[in-house]
Design a binder for this molecule. Structure first.
Ligand code: 4AD
Ligand code: MG
Length: 461
């Protein structure tokens, strides 16, 4: 007999005999004539109800079952007598595969998310986290489907790198040197020449520069991988390790870049609305009332587009008091971004053309001399979901931008080659995957949408 996943069993017409189910016990209730087991194998939200008659062989074992135990059930799928489910399984055989010790920590309903973070290795067995990680998986697969449909090449950019894409210096170093006794140069500095790669190496903050090189030859590419930031931000929206989706398109301008971002976000939300119905209903009921309505509204309506200058003006004109005052030239803070997209606009908002002084060196200079072709997508509840730009494709302008930052164009040799040999206008963006999962589920903390979160002073599991 072959194992049937519970989600699939629930689609079969009842009656259906000789079903073999395997999973973990969520609850057991022992009555006089029957025992009820709620069995869950991670394939759906509610699991399935197993009815065990008290005259079944081995009923003693069932009566001793503990929450969390792994079991095998053989039985018949029948229409349910009780409320709350349309079908259930009449068990003919129950076998304990792995008994859970009595102190199994996921006993009671309603454990706090903070507590569940301390058992991140077990929390996928709870309703909320099972739903979160199913939605996360669907979003990842929908990402690949979206780009595949549009003829993009899926590119694997390196995890270990020598370049700081964002120029923000927030990188984790990768080294095999003995840090208790590192080799020194004559000047007494650490001699990185003796390190594994013969030069300083880091975990990547973004695959963009490599993706740009591939876009200048393969036209439309994307990368989807882990990225790392050693920024000491202890917020509910920052993780030290997070996943990013970065498309990069040749012969593409800022407005076409926004078009793609809008289509992509809508495609992701449409897919979870269609394919994760019961999980989203759960989030809508338990986590974020109004989630379904909001997601549907996002799918159905156009995103707002405005320049940074307009955004600043609207924030000032609103008269709203912020902790950090807004004025042209400042970096928008999370409080400004949230107020703009949630209160002033009420839907996803692209903010474009930021002052060059607050954006990365690779962004394309606008003709006004002040701003660059940058874009951030701000969404209600989450804030910044996407950051991107048109890229500076003019060699001399790019070299000047690098020098203005006090950096050496020579250090960007291979990157500048892409501007030397057949340069072309191009653009791209990065979508923070965990923030997308938060947006799609209404979950409030980034630590609860990634299986094993890494944040400052936290690297458990
Ligand atoms: O705005 P960012 O820093 O842009 C880049 O890295 C560009 N190189 C992307 C590109 O144009 N190819 O990051 C992009 C997105 C942000 O909008 C945000 O959603 C997410 O990545 N992000 C984070 N998510 C979780 N934790 C962090 N510490 C994040 N930092 C950025
Ligand atoms: Mg950004």
């Amino acid at each position: 007999m072959k194992r049937t996943r519970i989600a699939h069993a629930l689609t079969l017409p009842a009656p259906q005999s000789d079903l073999l189910l395997k999973g973990w016990v969520r609850t057991v209730r022992n009555g006089k004539n029957v025992s009820f087991i709620n069995l869950n194998d991670g394939s759906n939200m509610g699991g399935i109800q197993i009815v065990v008659p008290s005259d079944m062989d081995g009923i003693e074992e069932v009566r001793k079952l503990t929450t969390g135990s792994a079991v095998e059930i053989v039985g018949e799928l029948v229409e349910s007598q009780g409320k709350g489910q349309s079908v259930e399984v009449q068990a003919t055989k129950v076998t304990t595969v792995g008994r859970a010790a009595e102190e199994y920590p996921l006993q009671k309903k309603g454990a706090s998310f903070e507590f569940l973070r301390t058992i991140a290795h077990l929390r996928n067995r709870s309703n909320t986290f099972g739903a979160t990680f199913r939605v996360r998986s669907t979003l990842a697969q929908a990402t690949h489907a979206f780009f595949a449909n549009r003829g993009f090449v899926y590119l694997h950019t390196p995890i270990v790198t020598g370049s700081d894409t964002e120029g923000a210096g927030e990188m984790f170093r990768v080294t095999t040197l003995d840090m208790d006794n590192p080799p020194r140069t004559d000047k007494g500095e650490i001699d990185w020449d003796k390190d594994f790669f013969g030069k300083p190496a880091y975990l990547t903050v973004s695959g963009q520069l490599n993706a740009e090189a591939f876009a200048m030859g393969m036209s439309d590419v994307y990368t989807f991988g882990p990225t790392f930031r050693a920024e000491n931000s202890n917020t509910s929206r920052h993780a030290s390790e997070f996943w990013m989706i970065e498309p990069e398109m040749a012969f593409c301008d800022l407005s076409e870049n926004c078009d793609l971002a809008e289509d992509f976000v809508k495609h992701l939300l449409r897919t979870v609305l269609d394919d994760c119905t019961s999980d989203l209903e759960f989030f809508n009921q338990r986590i974020d009332k109004g989630l379904l309505e909001r997601l549907q509204h996002v799918v159905d309506s156009g995103f707002e587009r405005m320049t940074y200058a307009e955004a600043v003006k609207r924030l000032i004109d609103s008269g709203q008091k912020f902790e950090y005052p807004v004025e042209f030239g400042v970096n928008l803070q999370a409080e400004h971004e949230r107020y703009l997209t949630e209160t002033l606009v009420g839907r996803p908002t692209f903010v474009t053309d930021y002052p060059k002084s607050i954006k990365a060196f690779y962004m394309r200079r606008n003709d006004d001399g002040q701003t660059v072709g940058a874009v951030d997508l701000l969404v209600p509840g989450v804030g910044e979901l996407i950051g991107g730009s048109a890229r500076e494709e003019r060699l001399d302008v790019l070299e000047d931008a690098i020098r203005e930052l006090g950096l050496e164009p020579e250090d960007y040799g291979w990157y500048l080659d892409t501007r030397r040999y057949g340069t072309a206008p191009h653009a791209g963006f990065g979508l923070g995957f965990e923030r997308m999962v938060m947006y799609a589920t209404g979950m409030q903390n980034i630590r609860d949408v990634i299986p094993f979160p890494r944040t400052p002073r936290n690297c458990e599991f």
